[in-house]
Design a protein around this ligand. Sequence first.
Ligand code: ADP
Ligand code: MG
Length: 240
Amino acid sequence: MSIVAEKVVKTYGQQQALNGVSFEIGRGQIVGFLGPNGAGKSTMMKIITCYIPPTSGKVNVCGFDVMSQSTEAKRCIGYLPEHNPLYTDMYVREYLSFVGGMYNIPNVKSRVEEMIETVGLQSEAHKKIETLSKGYRQRIGLAQALIHDPQVLILDEPTSGLDPNQLVEIRNLIVAVGKTKTVMLSTHIMQEVEAMCDKAFIIDRGNIVANDLDIKELAKEGKRLEEIFKDATKKVASGE
Ligand code: ADP
Ligand code: MG
């Protein structure tokens, strides 16, 4: 297993963001983490990537506990946070070299060039980040997540705010890099999960309400994710 979450609880003061979330993600899968706004997706991703600790429960990534072995865990995780925070006054190469330096990558220069090619940034690589479109900024976000060649990629709403062409390009890129990695991506767009993912989980108000949905099986059975989403989130709302 690449990611194992066991009964993860997170409270922010009075606000319960995760109510005992458990799931497993197998190696090499592209998994959609679906849920409405405020469901707890970003919180779960911040815990997986060692940015915040859980209030209770356990998360294991590539065999490493995110609390007691966070250095080892971080080494096998690439993370594209929500809203893709970048140092916009840096140049593309400068920024990627900076990130590569933080990971202590040998031959940073050639690795940066490799990443620029992988994510299709060649035409923009000499520019300042602030001059780039949102689609190209997402490519930089993906490049920084990939630079240390992690086994697991955590992408928090990677396609939000993109125009239709950028959307298709970033989706294709995620599917391409996902061929050799485990990818967990959050979204509230069902079609996106149907287009890109092998599996899906649905979270609502801090609870997993649909676990380990197999996207191909659903398609074979003629079931739409949208219907499952509506049903699953209804149950929690009525307290059943
Ligand atoms: P999602 O990413 O699914 O939209 P989040 O994980 O961002 O959901 O948020 C889950 C819940 O936790 C929401 O009710 C949100 O308001 C709350 N929350 C998130 N971050 C904080 C924080 N730093 N302090 C207080 N409440 C927070
Ligand atoms: Mg979020």
